[in-house]
Design a protein around this ligand. Sequence first.
Ligand SMILES: Nc1nc2c(c(=O)[nH]1)N[C@H]1C(S)=C(S)[C@@H](COP(=O)(O)O)O[C@H]1N2
Ligand SMILES: [Mo]
Length: 181
Amino acid sequence: MLLKEGIKLKKSCFTACGLAFLLLFPNSVISPARAQTLPKPKGLVILAVSGNISQRNAGDSAEFDAEMLKAMPASQIATRTPWHASVARFSGPALKTLLGAVGAQGKLLRMIAMDRYEVNIPIEDVARFGPVLALRMDDKELKIRDRGPVLLIYPFDSYPQLNTEIYFGRSVWQLQQIIVE
Ligand SMILES: Nc1nc2c(c(=O)[nH]1)N[C@H]1C(S)=C(S)[C@@H](COP(=O)(O)O)O[C@H]1N2
Ligand SMILES: [Mo]
């Protein structure tokens, strides 16, 4: 009799503890991906994300080498651009994919390029137009001389309204740093 009571008590304690754990750490079950830590880059860092992010691998930043970016699911945009007169196929992680990987939360993306060019992109652009961090053009890796290694491309041909100076200006080439605000 006493033993039975003891087992019952133990059982209910387990349930209560489990419940308390879930209440304290809801993310442990709801989004296990968030708990994953970002691996450290092994090669040359070509893109760094900082600001309002939850995943970091180098101080306040999430740093990426080429291999890490290539390992992400790739998206494609076939379009003409201000720099390419005929249609080309650009591929690489969608900006949305990268922002998801670092747990970005904010309203504004400060984009900074190798030449210190800087432009602000409203976060709405990400879902609305699906811009891509192009690493390749027609399956060929973009070199620095091709405006790579990371070139932000909007689907200019799919959305005629993108063909303005505003979006040309947001098409950052040689993108090096993103600050999420
Ligand atoms: N890295 C970098 N990206 C950049 C720029 C720049 O100066 N540096 N200029 C922006 C602007 S203002 C425009 S209109 C387009 C086209 O620039 P271009 O015609 O001078 O090549 O690229 C955008 N991306
Ligand atoms: Mo511009």
